[in-house]
Design a binder for this molecule. Structure first.
Ligand code: HPA
Length: 289
């Protein structure tokens, strides 16, 4: 009889405040820079690391408490460098709930960034387009989100000194959004604004679910970002988030969905994403001279 593979959780132990201190020590030892801005690079945005001058790179494996992403297309490296003279941290790749990581693990990098002194966080992701006018290759700036992941990253023990009753009325920062819109216009990027609905995945949605999500007010659907936004707001970070619309959501056209299709489309937008964020970083640098 064939033996079933032993079930292994993606990460054995939960990260603690002690992991956080250890990760901070490692970051400070590797780079004297003190970034104010961090960007989490989802599918399609990995090329942004090319924007950094004299980057220092740490793999997540070198950072205590950080998750180890297991999905192709999601690296697992933290790059520190400058762009237009501004120190920036780029997190290439993220861990997803559907990989089996705990909420605490998925959101731990955000806690480390906040403790390190980061104040502004831009999250990027790949998403399926629900709004009828969206086309693969478009981008969407998140105006708001709907959490249908079935849980909340703040459930459980409280982190020292932080409330768990976090206000999400204005989760997305208007100033960072202005910078992203300004940069998109300058580089002629097709950028919409809309509501992102987060599911846990990993299966894609059914057409009936997508029709229901449209009625709820969602413009795009994805499997990430919302836990990080919630924890970032708990830590007092200013947040912006953008989706690359890699595909039309289930039932929005005849084609079946595939992860490969999403990765292929994500590859195609890399150059646009790099040009757009280069302009955004120029805008950011001018505001923080
Ligand atoms: N559904 C969920 N997550 C996604 C999709 C989708 O269609 N595309 C990219 N991430």
């Amino acid at each position: 009889m064939r033996k079933l593979a032993a079930h292994q959780s993606a990460d054995p132990a939960e990260p603690t405040p002690a992991h956080l201190e250890a990760a901070l020590r490692r970051l400070r030892r590797r780079s004297p820079l003190q970034p104010r801005l961090a960007i989490v690079l989802g599918s399609g945005f990995g090329g942004l690391t090319g924007l950094l001058a004299q980057p220092v790179t740490l793999s997540y494996a070198q950072l205590p408490g950080f998750p180890r992403p297991t999905v192709p297309g999601h690296g697992g490296r933290l790059c520190i460098g400058t762009c237009h003279g501004v120190p920036v941290a780029l997190l290439q790749g993220r861990a997803h709930f559907y990989e089996g990581h705990s909420w605490a693990r998925i959101t731990f990098p955000v806690r480390v960034l906040a403790a390190w002194g980061v104040r502004d966080l831009v999250l990027t992701n790949a998403a399926g387009g629900i709004r009828r006018s969206f086309r693969p290759g478009d981008f969407m700036l998140l105006r708001d989100h709907i959490n249908l992941m079935g849980d909340n990253p703040l459930r459980g023990p409280e982190w020292p000194g932080l409330t768990r009753f976090v206000d999400l009325t204005r989760a997305y920062d208007p100033t960072l959004a202005r910078g992203l819109v300004h940069a998109a216009r300058a580089r002629r990027v097709r950028l919409h604004r809309g509501v992102y609905l987060a599911v846990s995945g990993p299966s894609f949605e059914t057409p009936a679910e997508i029709r229901a999500f449209a009625r709820l007010g969602a413009d795009a659907v994805g499997m990430s970002t919302v836990p990080e936004v919630i924890v970032a707001r708990q830590c007092g970070l200013r947040v912006a988030a953008v989706s690359c619309i890699t595909n039309l959501a289930a039932g929005r056209n005849r084609n079946p969905l595939s992860h490969q299709e999403i990765l292929d489309q994500a590859d195609r937008i890399t150059r646009t994403a790099v040009a757009w964020f280069s302009e955004f970083l120029r805008w950011y640098a001018a505001r923080h001279e």
